[in-house]
Every structure is written in structure tokens, then in C-alpha cells.
Design a protein around this ligand. Structure first.
Ligand code: KG4
Ligand code: ZN
Length: 375
């Protein structure tokens, strides 16, 4: 009999539930995004996030069970994100998870959201019949995190879905996360929220438009595997201030977004070649930085696999560049599908499995830990 874990995720602005068997087989995965709620504020508003989670959590869990063809009683354990994230948002998932566990008499497994992102990669690899050899270097890159880990099995003779993993942090952003930089630059340019998906597509449409400004590699004092993205965002801001010719098209796009016209097809005609060239150059700089530092870490540690996860892992140029560099360096690069890259609960149920196997359980005293670390 397989172990079927119900995963619950509510750390930021996605209410999600999923059922995963034996840590690898996704039986269902339901995500209710709150983007439409937060859009007009240009970012996640914590109070609104908690309220939305409260509205969504019951129907989302119900839907995940229905899609898996299961009843609550069929669940073997409940895995829930207890950090890092927004405290009020986390508490909704934790309280519901605790209540279910108590009422059903099932074990409750506390899961670190970041470990969930690592497991998203394993879920995808499993679907594709691939195996990510450990030790590996893992880049988690999202709206809240940009961090590099070395990932090893606790016991090198066990490398299955139930294996406990050990993490060592080898680099992290000193200021903004990469996704945050995307979101801020999109805001500066009147391209709405969130910024990543639209900038990704507009940069791809730049078709050789020349860069109106050049952004060189970011030099880091101290740990050369650390990242920094706030200087790049500021460089975009200064460039826009020095070039008032952008103002009119920015206002035009802001008005379009205000009317709800935020699709790629609607915004592309409102972008000059100069803007597209600027976006492309911004993306080149972000992607170069993420790929070069991660590949350097892989080389320094002599690993054969690189894992890339988190919302920004959905970026098409980042994927292409990693594939290219991986091939050249003889390193296998693994990404989740786009749906598993952004926040979801299948990754939480998968990360709960090795903890469940090791008997790492929580009781009714489980609390939210907004700044929980993985290493
Ligand atoms: O992992 P995620 O869903 O939530 C966090 O934990 O932050 O990541 C969301 C972030 C946002 O900043 C969004 O702009 C970015 O991921 N993102 C992208 C893309 N899709 C989402 N960034 C670049 N390219 C994309 N295609
Ligand atoms: Zn996340």
C-alpha cells in the first residue's frame, strides 16, 4: 500500500492542496491564486492574503481530494507548510492542517516551504523518468528567495523518495530576490503585477532590438556565490529618469493595465523597441548572474546535477541558458514544470514524505515560523 499525503500550502499568495503518493506520484494538485486580489496594490498585501486563504482553504482541500478520488479518511498523513512566509497566511494552513489531523487521528508533518521547492524538482524528474544524482547544487529563485544550497542525502546509500536530505547554504541574495527585481522593474515600466511572466515574454519579443543601456556583471565582495539585484533595479530607475522619452508610453501602459488590458498581445504594441531592448538587457543581466554563480558553485563542488526551482525558474531564457551551460559543463540541469515552479502543494506533500518516514511529526503546538531557514 502506498503512503498518500495531503499537502497544504498557504505561505504567501497561493492557497494550495495536493495529494502525493509515496513522495513522487502526484494524484492531484489544486492551486487558487490570489493574484487578482493583490494586483491593484502592486504586491502581496498580507492582511488580504490571510483573508483569501480563509475563504479558499476548505474548497481547495476538498477539490484536491475529489480529483484524487479520495475521502479525508483515506489520507495517511497531512503535510503543512509552517514557514518561511507571511505569518497570518501560514497560520491559516497550519490551523486547518492541525484541525484535520486532530479530527481524523492522522499524523501532521511540518514542512519547510523551501524544502518543498527542492522536492518540486524531484517530482518533475520522476515524471520524466530521470534521476537527479546527489550531491547537487540547488538554486531556489522566487519573489521572496534567491538562495543556493548544496543538497546531499543524509545517508549516501539511500537516494529514494524517502531519503532525508541535508542542506548547506552556499550563497544568497544580499538584498532583493530576483523575482522581486522583476516585479519592481515591471512596476517602473507600467507593466503591472506580477512582473516575471510579462517581462519574460516581452524580452523574448525584443528580436535584436539594441540595448539602450548596458548592465555589466554584478561584482560581489566576500562570498562570490552571493547575489545582489537591487543595484540593477536602481540602474533601470536611473536610466528611466535620464530618458524622459519613456514617460509617455509608461503612462499609456498604466492606463491600459487600469482598464484590465494586461495580456502580452495587448501590451506588446504599447512598447517601443527601446523599451523592449531595455527589458531584454535587464533579463540578460538577471539570467547571467543566476546562471554563472550557480554553475560556478556546481564546478567548485564538483557535482553532476543542478536543480533550479521557484517562480523565476519558469523563465524561458533562464531555462535555455541553464540547458546550454549545463551541456557544455557536463552537468545535468533539472527544472520543475512551470506549474510546479511556482508555489503549489504537491511539492509540500512530496517534502513531507521523508519526514513522515523518519517520524518527524508535529503536534497541536505547531506554530508559524515566518523566518524558518533550511540551512
Ligand atoms: O515561487 P513563487 O510563486 O512565489 C514566491 O515564493 O515568491 O514566485 C513568484 C515570483 C514573482 O516575483 C514572479 O514575478 C516571478 O516569480 N516569476 C517569473 C516568471 N514567472 C513568475 N520571473 C521571471 N520569469 C517568469 N516567467
Ligand atoms: Zn515559494
Amino acid at each position: 500500500m502506498s503512503v498518500r499525503i495531503l499537502g497544504i500550502e498557504s505561505s504567501c499568495d497561493e492557497t494550495a492542496a495536493a495529494v502525493v503518493a509515496d513522495g513522487r506520484e502526484i494524484l492531484s494538485s489544486v492551486v487558487a491564486s490570489q493574484i487578482d486580489v493583490h494586483r491593484k496594490y502592486g504586491g502581496v498585501v498580507p492582511e488580504l492574503a490571510s483573508r483569501e486563504h480563509l475563504r479558499q482553504i476548505v474548497p481547495v482541500v476538498r477539490e484536491a481530494l475529489a480529483q484524487a478520488g479520495m475521502e479525508l479518511a483515506d489520507v495517511d498523513a497531512i503535510g503543512v507548510t509552517h514557514g518561511p512566509g507571511l505569518v497570518g497566511a501560514l497560520l491559516v494552513g497550519i490551523t486547518y492542517g492541525k484541525t484535520l489531523a486532530e479530527a481524523l487521528g492522522k499524523p501532521l508533518v511540518p514542512v519547510n516551504h523551501l524544502e518543498g521547492h527542492v522536492h518540486a524538482v524531484f517530482l518533475e524528474a520522476h515524471k520524466a523518468g530521470r534521476v537527479a544524482k546527489l550531491p547537487a547544487v540547488c538554486l531556489i529563485v522566487s519573489g521572496g528567495h534567491t538562495v543556493l544550497y548544496e543538497v546531499k542525502p543524509e545517508d549516501s546509500s539511500v537516494q529514494d523518495a524517502g531519503a532525508r536530505l541535508r542542506y548547506r547554504k552556499i550563497g544568497q541574495t544580499r538584498d532583493d530576490a530576483a523575482g522581486e527585481a522583476y516585479d519592481k522593474v515591471a512596476k517602473l515600466l507600467g507593466l503591472g503585477y506580477p512582473g516575471g511572466p510579462i517581462l519574460d515574454r516581452l524580452a523574448a519579443a525584443a528580436n535584436g532590438a539594441s540595448a539602450p543601456v548596458k548592465f555589466g556583471p554584478t561584482k560581489m565582495k566576500g562570498n562570490s556565490l552571493d547575489f545582489s539585484f537591487s543595484g540593477l533595479k536602481t540602474a533601470v530607475l536611473y536610466h528611466l529618469r535620464e530618458h524622459p522619452e519613456y514617460n509617455e508610453e509608461i503612462r499609456t501602459r498604466e492606463a491600459a493595465i487600469e482598464r484590465g488590458e494586461r495580456k502580452f498581445e495587448e501590451l506588446l504594441p504599447l512598447c517601443s523597441a527601446q523599451t523592449l531592448g531595455l527589458l531584454r538587457e535587464f533579463q540578460n543581466a538577471v539570467v547571467r548572474d543566476l546562471v554563472e554563480r550557480t554553475m560556478r558553485a556546481a564546478e567548485e563542488l564538483g557535482v553532476e546535477s543542478v536543480l533550479v526551482s521557484g517562480g523565476v525558474a519558469a523563465n524561458s531564457q533562464l531555462r535555455a541558458r541553464f540547458e546550454e551551460r549545463g551541456k557544455a559543463a557536463g552537468v545535468d540541469v533539472f527544472f520543475p514544470s512551470r506549474a510546479l515552479s511556482t508555489d503549489n502543494a504537491a511539492m509540500i506533500a512530496a517534502a513531507a514524505y521523508p519526514r513522515f518516514c523518519a517520524g518527524i511529526l508535529a503536534d497541536a503546538s505547531l506554530n508559524a515560523d515566518p523566518s524558518l531557514v533550511l540551512a
